[in-house]
Design a protein around this ligand. Structure first.
Ligand code: SF4
Length: 356
């Protein structure tokens, strides 16, 4: 353990085995101190960023059948929906009214929606809101669209980009180990497919984020294997803007079980900060952990509070409902001793808070 600490202090890269030792045996306070050191090296001015945006789920119809998901409805279910274009436009207009110009647009794998649905939607939204930033369609959705539309992945991404797609959210990664994925879902992108979409997107200039959902059936080794493939891809492309980790929310899901503890969340985020030495930004998940743990994570390597989440439907379907508006995020950041700053998806700083 001392040798690993010395490497981190010296600014050297640690191996997967060393990260596993930290995750398994490191004391919480030691991990926090290490992650804090690494974060301060990258973000010496003490700024903690956040973004004003909204999660919009255009459809809940999905044929991936993930056992950890409380949000989806199978095709033909009476509670299935596809939001009308007008409703989506109204949600974007509300986001603008609150000072944001980005939406995180994601949905289920709806077999009825082929690529022309997304092209029409993106073009329509961009025509009405020319500076809208569309952070849209996780890698498994892109894989789904490529399959139902019978197009190659590069062609699918090119057409979506040409219609207005600006960047890709990191959702759907869960744990990037195929054995774990097979135990969690019936019909969703494999590890290679998830990574392939991001690599292809990075090659064509689209930036993306990376995520990890942990605390379900995976082992600690699986978590490190997940972080390893993210770090390797980032070494090749540099296209990820941030890493976001959150814990499985068992409420209303087929998988069920218990939720990971706060300590488990903080330990994992701290190790991610130390191990992912080629990621600039590590984002809190206050929407799953609650505002207090979200703020505490700022001492465990996190430098971004994520989104104001004007709307959120997926985590709340599992019965976990936390809210933080802009003044609450700003207060939490200041209370923790940092300087709050608005940002965009590219992590460019936009300025002081609009509302405090
Ligand atoms: S997590 Fe996504 S892909 Fe899986 S069932 Fe839910 S909506 Fe579908």
């Amino acid at each position: 353990m001392k040798a690993i600490e010395a490497k981190v202090l010296a600014g050297e890269r640690i191996s997967g085995d060393e990260a596993l030792t930290l995750l398994r045996d490191g004391e919480l306070a030691t991990l926090g101190a290490m992650a804090d050191l690494v974060r301060r090296r990258r973000h010496a001015d003490g700024v903690v960023t956040y973004i004003i945006d909204r999660n919009v789920n255009y459809t809940n119809v999905c044929n991936a059948f993930c056992s950890f998901c409380a949000f989806y409805r199978p095709p033909h279910h009476e509670e299935g929906y596809v939001l009308p274009y007008e409703e989506l436009e109204r949600k974007v207009a509300e986001t603008y009214a609150l000072g944001g110009n980005q939406i995180l647009l994601q949905g289920g794998h709806n077999p009825k929606l082929k690529i022309d649905y997304y092209e029409d939607l993106f073009r329509r939204l961009k025509a009405r809101f020319p500076d809208l930033w569309l952070h849209a369609l996780s890698a498994p959705e892109v894989i789904h669209i490529h399959k139902v539309s019978r197009l190659g992945v590069p062609e699918t991404l090119r057409r979506l980009r040409d219609a207005g797609l600006d960047s890709i959210p990191g959702g759907g990664a869960e744990i990037l180990v195929d054995d774990v994925r097979r135990r969690l879902m019936k019909n969703k992108a494999s590890t290679a497919e998830w990574l392939g979409v991001h690599e292809e997107a990075h090659k064509m200039g689209l930036r993306s984020t990376a995520t990890m959902m942990f605390g379900h059936v995976e082992s600690l080794e699986d978590r490190i294997a997940h972080l390893q493939v993210l770090r390797d891809l980032q070494d090749r492309t540099g296209g990820f803007t941030a890493f976001i980790g959150w814990t499985f929310q068992p409420g209303n899901t087929e998988l069920g079980g218990r939720e990971a503890t706060t300590a488990e969340y903080l330990r994992t985020m701290a190790v991610a900060r130390v191990f992912l030495d080629n990621f600039d930004n590590i984002q809190a998940s206050w929407v799953t952990q609650g505002p207090k743990v979200g703020a505490a994570s700022l001492a465990f390597g996190v430098n971004d509070m994520g989104s104001t989440m004007i709307e959120e439907n997926v985590v709340s379907s599992a019965g976990t409902v936390h809210h933080m508006n802009e003044p609450e995020i700003v207060a939490a950041v200041r209370d923790a001793g940092f300087v709050p700053m608005r940002r965009n998806m590219l992590y460019e700083r936009l300025g002081e808070p609009l509302r405090t």
